[in-house]
Design a protein around this ligand. Structure first.
Ligand SMILES: Nc1ncnc2c1ncn2[C@@H]1O[C@H](COP(=O)(O)OP(=O)(O)OP(=O)(O)O)[C@@H](O)[C@H]1O
Ligand SMILES: [Mg+2]
Length: 246
């Protein structure tokens, strides 16, 4: 099913006629009403739109964390929407890194153990020493070389999100999805997390989809997709603002 023979032109993400509806009581709520777009390797897409427009629902479907009502999502040439849970979990683990607004670290694991966890859960894992080396390198890259053994409660919000960034990149996923990753942080910490996300993204050559309310953050993207009431109402390439030199 992989699209290797089409070479560079193969899209990394294809969203086709994607719909999501849910019943709340007896009322059918149409959250996504037919979304279409594709993302090429290396693109950095900002998804914008008012609260309730369907951004998080869309990102959850892209990550395979949720099933569409109809339509499909393909990641890296594989249609994930119809896969059984075990196959989906394996593909998700290899293909997608996810960063949440609320960090979602495991409280009983140290920073280093949190970053290593996806590596240890991965079927195709290499040896533990290699995983530990990569975890340490990533924590160093996000400025946490002195926080390896801290538990999440011993870290500030910005530090926790930097651990979560390192975790998202541990398996070298071709795609990273981030839902308001700076939404719980003050502007200085938010800017630092965004800068680090962009640095990791460039260093690893990742395709990045970032949900944000913030036009300042969206300015760093190469493309901006705007949702309104479950539909795409804007899809524009843009010249990205260049992140500050570190
Ligand atoms: N499990 C659910 N049951 C019913 N309605 C839901 C459910 N999840 C989301 N919705 C509704 O779907 C719409 C889109 O929600 P979603 O969380 O995707 O919005 P969003 O664009 O991410 O908003 P925000 O910017 O506030 O995070 C909202 O109106 C929400 O109330
Ligand atoms: Mg949301």
């Amino acid at each position: 099913m992989a699209l290797h023979d089409t070479g560079m032109a193969a899209p990394m993400i294809v969203v086709d006629a994607l719909r999501k509806s849910l019943y709340t009581g007896s009322t059918l709520v149409e959250i996504l009403k037919g979304i279409n777009f594709s993302v090429t390797p290396g693109e950095f897409v900002a998804i914008m739109g008012a609260s309730g427009s369907g951004k998080s629902t869309l990102l959850g479907l892209l990550a395979g964390l949720d099933n569409p009502t109809s339509g499909s999502v393909s990641l890296h040439g594989t249609v994930i929407s119809s896969l059984p849970e075990d196959k989906l979990a394996a593909i998700r683990g290899r293909t997608v890194g996810f960063v949440f607004q609320s960090y979602q670290l495991i409280p009983t694991l140290t920073a280093l153990e949190n970053v290593l966890l996806p590596y240890e859960l991965n079927d195709e894992k290499g040896d533990r020493q290699a995983g530990l080396r990569r975890s340490r390198q990533l924590l160093e890259a996000v400025g946490l070389s002195r926080r390896f053994d801290h538990y999440p409660v011993q870290l500030s919000g910005g530090e926790q999100q930097r651990v979560a960034l390192a975790r998202a990149f541990i398996l070298r996923p071709p795609i990273v999805l981030a839902d308001e990753p700076t939404g719980n942080l003050d502007s200085a910490n938010g800017k630092q997390v965004l800068d680090l996300l962009l640095q990791l993204n460039r260093a690893e050559g990742t395709t990045l989809v970032l949900v944000t309310h913030d036009p300042e953050l969206a300015a760093y993207a190469t493309r901006r997709i705007t949702l309104r009431d479950g539909l795409v109402v804007g899809d524009d390439q843009q010249t990205p603002r260049i992140a500050d030199a570190q």
